[in-house]
Ligand binder design. Structure first.
Ligand SMILES: [Zn+2]
Ligand SMILES: [Zn+2]
Length: 228
C-alpha cells in the first residue's frame, strides 16, 4: 500500500506460467537489487510469489520490468498484484519454497545446451571440459528430472548427487550463471557416463564416450540413455 507520508510501497505479486527452472528467482533477486527493493521471492506449487518494498516509483519500475526483461526461457501467463502495508525490512531474500494444497505450475521442457556451456565444454582449461552433463540456469534438463513441484533439487533426480564445494558456491552466488541452477553438477559430484555390453555387463574402459565412438566406427549399434 503506498504510504504517502514516506513514499514507500509494498506489493505482493503472484506470477504464473513457466517460471520455475528457468532462472526466474535469480532474475527477480537481481532486479530487486537493481531497484533498491527489499522483500522476498519464493517458488510455490502454483508459480512464483514475490513481495517487494521500497520507494513507490522503484516498485512500479520493478513490476514493469518483470515481463519486459524476463529470462529467455520464462513464459509468463499472468501477474497478479495487490498492495500491502510496508514492513520496513532490510534485505531481499530468496525464501525456501512454499508448498500449497493447490498445485498447478507449468514445467519447462529440457533445454539444449546454451552458448556459454558449449564454450566451457570445449575449453581444456575449464573444470567441466568434456563433462557430458554440463548445464546452467539457461540450459539443461528440466522436465525429465522433475519428480514434483516446486522445482527444487530435492524434488528432482539430482537429489542423489550432493554438490561439491565448487558447484555449491556457484549455486549460492547471485552473480553466477549457475545461481540456483537445480541440475548443477561437475565431474566431482555429478552423474557419470557408463558403457554396458548387450548382457548389461560394464565395459571396462577409461572413457566410455571415446569407447562408444570406436564401437560405432566398427559398425556396432549403441543405445544412448540421457538423464531423467
Ligand atoms: Zn548453459
Ligand atoms: Zn561439482
Amino acid at each position: 500500500m503506498p504510504n504517502h507520508l514516506t513514499g514507500q510501497a509494498r506489493v505482493k505479486a503472484i506470477i504464473s506460467g513457466v517460471v520455475q527452472g528457468v532462472g526466474f528467482r535469480p532474475f527477480i533477486y537481481q532486479l530487486a537489487h537493481r531497484h533498491r527493493l527489499v522483500g522476498y521471492v519464493t517458488n510455490t506449487s502454483t508459480g512464483v510469489e514475490i513481495e517487494v518494498e521500497g520507494r513507490e516509483e522503484d516498485v512500479h519500475a520493478f513490476l514493469k520490468a518483470i515481463p519486459e526483461e524476463r529470462p529467455p526461457l520464462a513464459l509468463i501467463s499472468s501477474i497478479k498484484t495487490h498492495p500491502l502495508t510496508p514492513l520496513g525490512e532490510e534485505a531481499f531474500l530468496i525464501k525456501k519454497s512454499q508448498v500449497y494444497a493447490h498445485r498447478s505450475t507449468l514445467i519447462s521442457p529440457d533445454v539444449c545446451i546454451c552458448e556459454d556451456c558449449l564454450r566451457e565444454v570445449f575449453d581444456p582449461n575449464d573444470r567441466r571440459h568434456r563433462y557430458p552433463f554440463i548445464n546452467c540456469t539457461n540450459c539443461g534438463p528440466r522436465y525429465t528430472i522433475i519428480d514434483d513441484i516446486p522445482y527444487d533439487r530435492p524434488n528432482t533426480s539430482m537429489r542423489k548427487f550432493p554438490m561439491c564445494k565448487e558447484c555449491g558456491s556457484e549455486y549460492n552466488d547471485p552473480r553466477d550463471r549457475r545461481f540456483h541452477a537445480q541440475p548443477n553438477a561437475c565431474f566431482q559430484c555429478g552423474p557419470e557416463v557408463f558403457l554396458y555390453d548387450k548382457e548389461k555387463k560394464p565395459v571396462l574402459c577409461n572413457d566410455p564416450i571415446l569407447e562408444t565412438i570406436k564401437l560405432l566406427e566398427k559398425g556396432f549399434i549403441v543405445a544412448i540413455k540421457g538423464l531423467g
